[in-house]
Ligand binder design. Structure first.
Ligand SMILES: *Cc1c(COP(=O)(O)O)cnc(C)c1O
Length: 461
């Protein structure tokens, strides 16, 4: 039987402590079999998932404010995705697009060519993971420009493969012990509003830094400039107005390909199909992955036809690149976006979250800022007087939410940000319940900060 949003109650329910006994037993077995190199945000094992609910093997119904890191935007049991995948599964699972062809690959490419920002002739290449899309964008930009260097930014996250680790900023956990990394990657300042570094946040200052870095190293040696329109793992950092437009102008002036990494921000997450639309800026290349295929592995590099076609025949590919089942899932995702409801939902999620959470920035001493766009929202835990990041308190609040059946994730270069990435199909009532749990947890931790005697008692709750 197929699970739908209607057959899994859209209410939070605690049947056992979280994690419960069944999850705890399965986790013990996991530790005996699986490398300890994988972390886990919340050690519960999922039985079913739909809408805004993850149901675990102990019967707990957990509110999903993570969407598998911005992947299940259309829901983890979307009817369009299920129907498309089932149809494809009934025909064949794989041919390898480099061996024999199938039309769903072309259809996904056509949709991306039509919907990614930029009013120019485009071509698309499909792969499996986000890191693979980033790597291929660099390969393509190098082939198209005849240059080697890559410009990336402070607080950037682009993946865990060797090249993308070099492009990612944060060392622990992503890069620690894994070097040496590929060379020719240069890091420039960005214009983000981050409380801990607020004085550096103007677009003009950051753009001057970019110009200086290019001038010092020869702008004619740079193939690509890669940026997330809102930085994800770095802490949900929104660029100061004019920064992306400034980068667009610099890239054009120096013949550098501007690559928009929309892997986390894309496919409706921020209330528009692509986050760069908020800035009125189009990359020469736009990258998508995460939400593209509703949970199946699929990523895409979409860009100007002359750039995308500059690669020699056979230069791009991969055994699983654009797998037919994943392409079918993407066609289901595109259907789900067709009537505009999901984009409206993203905006409604922002309105409700802002109403419940934004006052915490003035009501508490531990929340410096509530920020984000659409359904990509975050709370920064920073002491507003000393500007010291408070990663321990962010972790404490996340743990309190988890115990009460609300899944939130922590991010940020300093680990001091709680981020919200609910599925766009989450119901308003369920969302409000989850937000209230988060709000209460923050107020309790804030009160404990004022009164250290209650801190110990609170940790036991
Ligand atoms: C997740 C992410 C990636 C890497 O994607 P994977 O599928 O994990 O390889 C790259 N860029 C951004 C902005 C991401 O959020």
């Amino acid at each position: 039987m197929t699970l739908t949003q209607d057959s899994l109650p859209q209410t939070r329910h605690l049947a056992t402590p979280i994690p419960g006994p069944a999850s705890t037993a399965l986790h013990r077995e996991r530790e005996a079999q699986v490398t300890s190199g994988f972390g886990v945000a919340l050690p519960v094992f999922i039985n079913r998932a739909a809408g805004g609910i993850l149901e675990d093997v102990d019967g707990n119904r957990i509110i999903d404010l993570a969407a598998g890191i911005a992947v299940t935007s259309v829901g983890a049991s979307n009817a369009h995705v299920q129907a498309q995948v089932a149809r494809q599964m009934g025909k064949f699972t794989h041919t390898c697009f480099m061996v024999t062809e199938y039309d769903s690959f072309t259809k996904v490419a056509a949709w991306l060519n039509a919907h990614t920002p930029g009013d120019f002739d485009k071509r698309t290449a499909l792969f499996s993971t986000g890191a693979e899309a980033v790597e291929n964008a660099v390969k393509i930009a190098r082939a198209a420009t005849g240059r080697e260097r890559v410009l990336v930014f402070d607080d950037a996250y682009h993946g865990r493969s060797l090249l993308t680790m070099a492009m990612t900023a944060k060392v622990n956990p992503y890069k620690l012990n894994f070097g040496p990394f590929p060379g020719e990657v240069f890091r420039a300042p960005t214009a983000t509003r981050l409380w801990t570094r607020r004085e550096d946040a103007t677009a003009a200052a950051a753009l001057a830094g970019v110009e200086q870095l290019l001038a010092d190293n020869g702008p004619e040696t740079f193939a690509a400039m890669v940026i997330e329109p809102i930085q994800g793992e770095g802490g949900f950092l929104i660029p100061a107005p004019g920064f992306l437009a400034g980068l667009r102008e610099i890239a054009t002036r120096h013949g550098i390909a501007l690559v928009m990494d929309e892997i986390q921000t894309g496919l409706g997450r921020t209330g528009t199909l692509f986050a760069s639309e908020h800035e009125g800026v189009a990359g020469d290349i736009t990258l998508t992955a995460k939400a593209l295929a509703g949970g199946l592995p699929l990523s895409a590099v979409t860009g100007r036809a002359d750039i995308m076609n500059a690669v020699h025949k056979g230069g791009l590919g991969g055994t699983y690149a654009g797998n037919p089942v994943a392409c079918a899932a993407a066609l289901g995702v595109f259907e789900a976006f067709e009537d505009g409801t999901l984009l409206e939902n993203a905006s409604a999620i922002e309105t409700t979250s802002r109403e419940v959470l934004e006052p915490l920035a003035t009501e508490t001493s531990i929340i410096a800022e509530f920020r984000g766009r659409g359904a990509m929202l975050a709370l920064e835990f920073t002491d507003k007087t000393t500007l010291a990041p408070l990663p321990g308190l962010a972790a404490e609040v996340a743990a309190a939410c988890h115990r009460q059946g609300v899944l939130v994730l922590v991010c940020g270069t300093d680990g001091n940000v709680i981020r919200l990435l609910p599925p766009l199909v989450i119901g308003q009532e369920l969302l409000r319940d989850g937000l209230q749990v988060l709000r209460d947890a923050i107020i309790a931790v804030d009160n404990a900060q004022q009164d250290p005697h209650t801190a110990a008692a609170l940790a036991a709750v």
